[in-house]
Each structure stands twice: as structure tokens, then as C-alpha cells.
Design a protein around this ligand. Structure first.
Ligand SMILES: Cc1cc2nc3c(=O)[nH]c(=O)nc-3n(C[C@H](O)[C@H](O)[C@H](O)COP(=O)(O)OP(=O)(O)OC[C@H]3O[C@@H](n4cnc5c(N)ncnc54)[C@H](O)[C@@H]3O)c2cc1C
Length: 499
């Protein structure tokens, strides 16, 4: 359809809808009109409170003041995820946003550490990672230093409904039009099959040249109207339900997410300024809803503030993320379960990809093909990383975990694990969201010990190797003593309050 795209309609006002509207309006400016339709009566999914560091790019593109953002969304700092009971019932490890040590040319730091471990080193890898040291001590501040060893990559935990509201205000200031109303139908052009307009319950119609489907799990346009298909990945990621409940804030605000495994899934704890977000993710084939609800309530570390809410989902991805003049963004495009907080990032990445291929002169099949190709690669890479956590477990307490060890995992993941196990080598696939340090931490944390290390790590003498490691450890830990607690940082930086 060679019709220039002058008006984009976004259907849905959750995180996906408002992030899409804000980024498109900010980057394309007056070249397009953006109208967002949402229904307060239906509401948003209300979860999705942990993010990963690339979200800072969204804030920077939108010109968001970080202190204002932290204050308005009741946000806290996220340095890592702590995985508890994932390898076996008694173990725990961190997946931080940092990287251990300091890599030398052509050789990652961990090869030196692996060699030293074989020589009797007692220090664990995370002791060389500033993110871990801060997380463990509950401390944080942005360190102003040109020294890369002092970098502390971070993301945020925020209140999902306040975040949507925050982005809504930014979007409306930039000129995005918001229309309240429930969409009951969409009209397709009889010749092209392209969506022409949305029909609202109140009789109003909203026309557009291009539609972004952010209607959540309903996938009103991309699936209900255009039947784009769905790759169901339940056989690899069988968790299909979650109970979510807020609880009172704890005395100390942790600068990391907790992910605590249980007999048929896992539980999240997300610390915010005014409350904790909690949820129990599980597979309905192994645990019934009543027991899951009870389990969640019995494992809260503060008083619940509401009734637990059940959310059902199917893991997988929309086969065609972009079809005709409709792009699926957010939960309408798929869901990989929240273990590594990747969904909000996939929203960001989808919109950035769309802006880069923006079909201003009219929708083209080549742009659609390229968009869908890149999106598939991205989903598959994230999927492999999440599956690793489940597959590589040694828990003995339930058939759920035993079955996870027998998953028929994708060859791409098997290859990565074998390579690391045999040689210690890790390679980042092009555009893989997760860098080597992420794969390293999860593989080691889940109990894979490499048999070998790179020969470059054999260069220093034993003594020089131990001295080098100790120097790096000391340098990495130097800033810790001077850093404020996470709570002090929040109150000084943005006047954080618990109300
Ligand atoms: C249990 C769980 C935990 C999660 N945790 C995380 C996490 O920690 N980190 C992370 O990155 N992601 C997480 N996610 C994913 C995250 O919640 C979503 O990616 C994010 O909230 C975006 O959702 P959305 O905007 O696509 O959908 P929704 O929030 O469901 O929004 C859909 C919108 O469409 C509107 N709508 C629907 N139907 C109609 C209609 N007929 N007419 C008009 N409007 C309509 C609704 O009113 C709403 O505004 C989690 C998801 C789940 C299920």
C-alpha cells in the first residue's frame, strides 16, 4: 500500500502503548500525528516493574530528568537479580548488570579466574564485580570517574501504573492525542485487508494510516483481525500463570530484584519506594491456583496490601509481528515470562526497530520482512537465555524441576553451553541483548564449571596471577566505603518518600 503514513493510531495505554506513542512522537515530530486509544474500564495488566539498563536510552531520548522520573514513578535502583534456589534448593547467585574484573586483549577476565581457582583461589567471581559489591551492601550512587572499573550499570524498578501515567504526560505535552473508549471492532479495507479505522463502543471511529497494536494479551488487531499466528513455546517455558500482590515496603530497600525458585516455578520480589511488588510464577500443570495463591501469601516478607490477582499467559511469540499496516508491540507481540525482566525492553527494541525502518512513503513488504526477521532473532536469543535457568538445575524436590532438566533445548543453547563447559569460551551473538558477562554469571551460577581456560591466562606466573587478581579486587572495592546506602541515595537524589 503506497499511501504515505501521516497518522499513527496506538491501541492500548499500558507501558507498550505509552512508550510507543512517546518515542514515535519524540523522534518523528510533526511528520506524524499520533492518537492513542485506551479504555480505563479494561485497564492495563498492572505488572512489569523491573527493567534492564537499556531503558536509560528511552529516558535520554525522551529528555527525561532522572530525579523527576524516580520520584514520580516511585522507582528504585536495580543493579542485579538475585537467583535463590535455582541451581539447587540451598544455593544462590547474582546476575548483575556489571562485569567481573577487567578483560585483557582477546581474553575475558574469567579465564584468569578459572586458572586461579584451579590453583586454589578461594575468592568467588562476583567479588570482582562492583555491581555485586554494591548490591550486597545495599549501596548505590552514580560514580563520576573516567575509570571503567568503577562503572555501575543500572536499571530501575518502578510502579507500572505510575510509569504509564508518567509517559502519558510526556506524550500529551508533545502533542499525542488520547482518546478514551473501548474498541469493539476494526474495519479492514475490502481490497487490501489493511486496517482503516477502529470502532469504539461510544459510536466514535478513529481512523489512521498505520496501527500499533498495544492491546496486551488480547492482541485485538494483530491476531483477532489479521490472524498473524503464534509460536507457542510452552514446551520450553511451561510456566503459564502468575499471582501478583503488592505488600508493605520493607525497612531497607534492596537495589536488586529477588527471584526465588519454588517447587513449580519461582517468585519475584521487587522493592519500590512505597511498597514491594510480589508475584508467584508457576506452571498450572504442576500446581493448582489455590495452592499457588496460598504459597505466595505464605512467602511474603511484609503485609499484603491487596488480594492476589491471577494472570494467565502462554509463552511464545506472534509469528508475524508486523502484518500489513499493523505492528504488534508489548504483550500483543508475545511473552517470554518475566524471569529476566525482558518484556519492557522488547517494547523499546520493537519501537526503535520500527522507527529505523519507518515506512514514511507507505508500507513496504521489504521493510516488513526485515523487521520480522530481526524480531524473530531477538526473541529466540532471549528465549535461549531464559531456558538456560530452568534447564541447568539440580533441584531434587519436585517433578517440575526434574522435567526441566529433560527439556529438549534448542541446538543454539546446547552449543553455547557445551562450548563454555569445554573451553570457558563465550561469544556474544550479534545483537544479543545479553552480553558475555550475563551468560557467564548464569552458567556459573547454575553450576556449569568450565574444564579449561584460554591459554592467554597461562602467561603470568602463579604469583603474578594471584597478585593481579587481588589488585583488581581491591580496586573494584575501593568506592564501596564512600557510597551512601540505596535509601539515602534515593532520598537525597529525588526526595524519595514511602507515601
Ligand atoms: C506476571 C507478569 C510479570 C511481568 N513482569 C515484568 C517485569 O518485571 N519486567 C518487564 O519488563 N516486563 C514484565 N512483564 C511484562 C509487562 O507487564 C508488559 O510487557 C508491559 O506491562 C506492557 O504491557 P502492554 O502494554 O503490552 O499490555 P497491557 O498493560 O495489558 O495494556 C493493554 C492496553 O490495551 C487496552 N485495551 C485492551 N483492550 C482494549 C479495547 N477493547 N479497547 C480499548 N483499549 C483496550 C487496555 O485498556 C490497556 O490500556 C510481566 C508480565 C507478566 C504477565
Amino acid at each position: 500500500m503506497n499511501k504515505p503514513i501521516k497518522k499513527i493510531v496506538v491501541l492500548g495505554g499500558g507501558t507498550a502503548g505509552w512508550m510507543s506513542a512517546a518515542l514515535i512522537k519524540k523522534t518523528l515530530g510533526n511528520a506524524v500525528h499520533v492518537e492513542l486509544v485506551e479504555s480505563e474500564q479494561i485497564g492495563a495488566v498492572g505488572v512489569g516493574e523491573a527493567t534492564i539498563p537499556p531503558i536509560q536510552l528511552v529516558n535520554s531520548v525522551l529528555g527525561i530528568n532522572e530525579a523527576e522520573f524516580l520520584r514520580d514513578t516511585k522507582a528504585t535502583i536495580k543493579l542485579a537479580i538475585k537467583f535463590e534456589g535455582w541451581k539447587d534448593q540451598d544455593s544462590s547467585y547474582f546476575h548483575t548488570f556489571g562485569a567481573p574484573g577487567k578483560s585483557l586483549a582477546f581474553c575475558h577476565f574469567h579465564h584468569f579466574w578459572i586458572r586461579a581457582k584451579k590453583l586454589g583461589l578461594k575468592t568467588h567471581l562476583w567479588e570482582y564485580d562492583l555491581n555485586y559489591l554494591c548490591a550486597k551492601e545495599g549501596k548505590f550512587a552514580q560514580i563520576k570517574s573516567a575509570e571503567p572499573l568503577f562503572e555501575i550499570p543500572y536499571a530501575y524498578h518502578f510502579d507500572a501504573s505510575l510509569y504509564a501515567l508518567f509517559l502519558r504526560k510526556k506524550s500529551e505535552t508533545m502533542g499525542v492525542i488520547r482518546t478514551e473508549g473501548k474498541v469493539v471492532d476494526a474495519q479492514l479495507n475490502v481490497e487490501t485487508g489493511y486496517v482503516e479505522q477502529l470502532q469504539l463502543e461510544n459510536g466514535k471511529c478513529v481512523q489512521g494510516d498505520f496501527f500499533i497494536d498495544c492491546s496486551g494479551f488480547k492482541a485485538l488487531l494483530i491476531q483477532e483481525k489479521l490472524s498473524s499466528g503464534f509460536d507457542d513455546w510452552t514446551h520450553l517455558l511451561p510456566c503459564d500463570r502468575a499471582f501478583a500482590v503488592p505488600s508493605e515496603r520493607c525497612e531497607k530497600t534492596l537495589p536488586y530484584t529477588r527471584s526465588i525458585a519454588h517447587s513449580s516455578g519461582w517468585q519475584w520480589r521487587i522493592p519500590l519506594q512505597h511498597r514491594n511488588g510480589n508475584g508467584l510464577v508457576y506452571s498450572s500443570s504442576y500446581l493448582d491456583d489455590d495452592k499457588a495463591r496460598e504459597l505466595l501469601l505464605s512467602r511474603l516478607d511484609s503485609k499484603p496490601l491487596d488480594e492476589p490477582r491471577l494472570i494467565k499467559f502462554t509463552t511464545g511469540r506472534r509469528r508475524k509481528q508486523w502484518s500489513r499496516n499493523v505492528l504488534a508491540v508489548g504483550l500483543s507481540s508475545g511473552f517470554l515470562e518475566p524471569l529476566e525482566s525482558t518484556s519492557i525492553h522488547l517494547i523499546q527494541s520493537a519501537i526503535v526497530r520500527f522507527i529505523k525502518t519507518f515506512p514514511h512513503a507507505g508500507v513496504s513488504q521489504t521493510a516488513i520482512k526485515e523487521y520480522n526477521r530481526q524480531s524473530e532473532v531477538e526473541y529466540l536469543q532471549v528465549r535461549d537465555f531464559i531456558v538456560l535457568h530452568y534447564y541447568q538445575n539440580r533441584r531434587t524436590d519436585s517433578s517440575f524441576w526434574r522435567d526441566m532438566r529433560n527439556l529438549d533445548i534448542p541446538d543454539s543453547l546446547r552449543h553455547k553451553m557445551e562450548l563454555f563447559k569445554n573451553t570457558g569460551a563465550l561469544f556474544r551473538e550479534q545483537n544479543d541483548l545479553f552480553a558475555e558477562s550475563s551468560w557467564l554469571q548464569v552458567m556459573l551460577g547454575q553450576g556449569i564449571t568450565p574444564k579449561d581456560h584460554h591459554p592467554i591466562a597461562n602467561q603470568p606466573s602463579d604469583e603474578a596471577l594471584f597478585e593481579m587478581l587481588e589488585n583488581i579486587r581491591k580496586i573494584k572495592s575501593t568506592p564501596i566505603a564512600e557510597l551512601p546506602s540505596h535509601d539515602d541515595f534515593l532520598s537525597n537524589y529525588c526526595g524519595a518518600t514511602s507515601d
